[in-house]
Design a protein. Structure first.
Length: 106
């Protein structure tokens, strides 16, 4: 890898998002309601990105196409951390008249 900054201490023994254990846990969480991913870019190339995935294969594709060696990831189970009663805010988008429905198929 040509973009490796050697003083960062690259090693074969470090934490890998692609380890079999991590991928199994991520797959299980994705199958049970989705995952929330915070993607940190190696050496601060830009601000962290936050993405959500319901499909494990889409997450793997994201790793292949949007991530670079050295990037770091924090991943949470959506169903464990995003409970309805813990919502920061709730509401419906009003129409041009400022009205919202009192019912609906949600």
């Amino acid at each position: 890898m040509t973009d490796r900054y050697e003083p960062d201490g690259w090693t074969l023994d470090g934490e890998k998002i692609t380890s079999p254990e991590n991928l199994a846990a991520i797959r299980e969480a994705a199958d049970q309601g989705g995952i929330i991913v915070r993607h940190w870019f190696y050496r601060g190339a830009r601000s962290p990105a936050i993405r959500g995935f319901y499909d494990f294969d889409e997450f793997e594709a994201y790793l292949r196409t949007d991530a670079m060696p050295g990037d770091a990831f924090d991943i949470w189970s959506f169903s464990k951390v995003c409970r309805f009663e813990d919502a920061l805010a709730k509401g419906k988008l009003p129409d041009a008249d400022g009205c919202v429905p009192t019912r609906g198929a949600y």
